[in-house]
Design a protein around this ligand. Structure first.
Ligand SMILES: NC(=O)C1=CN([C@@H]2O[C@H](COP(=O)(O)OP(=O)(O)OC[C@H]3O[C@@H](n4cnc5c(N)ncnc54)[C@H](O)[C@@H]3O)[C@@H](O)[C@H]2O)C=CC1
Ligand SMILES: O=C(O)C(=O)COP(=O)(O)O
Length: 528
């Protein structure tokens, strides 16, 4: 198999590198310390790129990235990723949206406290200037003050909860959420931005886009209370930086806590010359816990994307994200994996891909079918297939793709079955999602199972006679293969099927040996 190349453009936790390096079909290119112009010289050979905020995925980057199939932004903000440019080139843009939430929340709390007590200045005064001055550093209390929160998403809402625990009164402005998300927490929801401007402290947690750039500028600062304190741990430029400098200089703004700048690295910014400000060099996501989580997720998602198995948290799908409710999202990923699994179990020219849907999920059949086609065609089409061209490629290859929706009859709230018909055989895989996003394969060719669609697996169909498991286990043990999980599905007739999850890659030789077992009807090796 041709190796897929994953380039890591910005620093990620070593665990991410370890995950990438452990995969035989993946070649890792470490471009963390490469100057950006050098990066552009080598990006052309990569299939997937992992980036953070230090790498702009702009026109220059994309023009050089001639082979790129996907980009994984190892964090939340994608304001430096040209998503339209990615879409035009068929590149899937993904992010890792929640792994750094707590890190960003806690840095915001640190800045909130810093704005109230100026301890960074006091620290410098004592440590650097060796001045013991207790009178200069009177602060204010958070308790009983009003905190205006702009953007009440993952980070903003959690900052609000923590601020409330400090006795603050929280006012939230976010036109894209229902008011109850705020009021249920005993906080005030407002549609009037002036309510935010009248607060004692203001913090912002929105994405950076056309609507939010300069959301606070000269006019807004003029309307604020004298002595207001402002925090920005989201993106530079949400607060107009000239207005911020002017406001701090004039004393209108008593103190600011700033983690992010319009242009980074910002080592020569006018904000750095001011006294009443605490600045950090974009540290929001930089905790050990957060970076470890992000690197693991980014690496796993990049591997999935490089193999074309799935594109978790894809941002630029042809399917409009706002039309897809949260409960459908894991099904999209699941159906793609089911297609990929079916194609590995039924390796031959595909004639048709059919989805059978039970439950409310049936309302999203067309989107699910797109994902099912991508998964099913991936094996044969390398990575040339994606959500944008899936239906087109299927038609071109004369593959029939269709769906059927039926009322739920299997006891599952929602169930999806993908039936892959090839020149050789018909394979059907059923799946469902438990809870919010626990994906499960619950059936293969009518045999009932319950396993996660992840990892390396041997699927073994056999005559249901005694001793089969022992024979399989003996062959695997002889080859030093560790069994991570063993799931057995029994059919109505004389057959049974086993799904054996293993820790290491399985050689063709082992599959050939298993085929020779008397009880074996067929055996395949698949990787998800
Ligand atoms: N300093 C750092 O290292 C970090 C910075 N961030 C930044 O924080 C931002 C927020 O992150 P999350 O809370 O995870 O995102 P999120 O998507 O969960 O929340 C964003 C919220 O902003 C709201 N919003 C969008 N436009 C708005 C507008 N015009 N006015 C008011 N509200 C608006 C949305 O409705 C949403 O509720 C990210 O976009 C990223 O730029 C995130 C992580 C770390
Ligand atoms: O996740 C985000 O949006 C962040 O701002 C964190 O950026 P970073 O990965 O630290 O460059």
């Amino acid at each position: 198999m041709k190796q897929k190349k994953i380039i890591v453009c910005d620093a990620i936790h070593e665990k991410g590198f370890a995950i990438l390096r452990a995969e035989k079909d993946i070649e890792v290119i470490d471009a963390v310390r490469l100057p950006k112009d050098e990066l552009l010289k080598i990006i052309g050979e990569s299939d997937v790129a992992i980036t953070r905020s230090s790498t702009d995925v702009d026109e220059k980057f994309l023009n050089a990235a001639t082979n790129l199939k996907a980009i994984v932004r190892a964090g939340v903000g994608v304001d430096n990723v040209d998503q339209d440019g990615c879409s035009r080139r068929g590149i899937i843009a993904m992010n890792v949206p929640t792994a750094n939430t707590i890190a960003a929340v806690e840095l915001t709390m640190a800045h909130l406290l810093g704005c109230a007590r100026s301890f960074t200045n006091a620290n410098n005064h004592l440590k650097i200037d060796r001045v013991w001055n207790r009178e200069k550093w009177y602060g204010v209390e958070l308790c009983a003050k009003r905190l205006g929160v702009i953007g009440f998403g993952n980070i903003g809402s959690r900052v609000a909860i923590r601020a409330k625990a400090f006795g603050m009164e929280v006012v939230a402005y976010d036109p894209y959420i229902s008011a109850s998300k705020v009021t249920d927490l005993g906080m005030t929801y407002t549609e009037n931005f002036n309510d935010i401007l009248s607060c004692d402290f203001i913090t912002i947690h929105t994405p950076k886009n056309k609507e939010t750039i300069n959301i606070i500028s000269h006019d807004e600062i003029a309307k604020m209370k004298d002595g207001v304190r402002l925090i920005n741990c989201a993106r530079g430029g949400l607060y107009n930086e000239d207005a911020l400098v002017e406001g701090i200089k004039s004393g209108k703004i008593a103190f600011a806590g700033i983690d992010v700048f319009s242009k980074e690295p910002a080592t020569n910014h006018p904000l750095l010359d001011l006294e009443h400000i605490c600045v950090t060099p974009h540290l929001g996501a930089n905790t050990l816990e957060s970076q470890e989580k992000i690197a693991i997720q980014a690496a796993e998602n990049a591997i999935s994307a490089a193999r074309g198995i799935s594109y978790p948290n894809a941002l630029n799908l042809p399917i409009k994200a706002e039309d897809i409710p949260a409960f459908v999202e894991p099904y999209l990923e699941l159906v793609q994996k089911m297609g990929f699994l079916a194609a590995q179990l039924n390796r031959s020219a595909i004639k048709s891909i059919k989805l059978e849907l039970e439950g409310e999920i049936g309302g999203y059949a067309k989107s699910l079918l797109t994902f099912g086609i991508v998964g099913s065609l991936k094996e044969a089409n390398e990575n040339k297939i994606n959500y944008v061209n899936a239906e087109f490629v299927a038609k071109e290859k004369n593959i029939e793709s269709k769906f059927e929706v039926a009322a739920s009859s299997s006891g599952y709230k929602n169930k999806v079955t993908l039936v892959l018909t090839t020149e050789k055989d018909v394979v059907s895989i059923s799946g469902t999602v438990f809870g919010e996003d626990e994906q499960r394969i619950v059936g293969i060719n009518g045999f009932k199972f319950d396993f996660k669609p992840k990892g390396k697996m041997i699927i073994f169909k056999n005559n249901d006679v005694p001793g089969v498991i022992a024979h399989i286990a003996t062959i695997l043990a002889k080859e030093g293969i560790n069994i991570a999980d063993f799931r057995l599905g029994r059919g109505a007739h004389q057959f049974a099927m086993a799904v054996i999850l293993v820790d290491t890659d399985i050689d063709k030789k082992i599959i050939a040996e298993l085929t020779k077992l008397e009880s074996c009807v067929w055996v395949e090796y698949a990787v998800l």
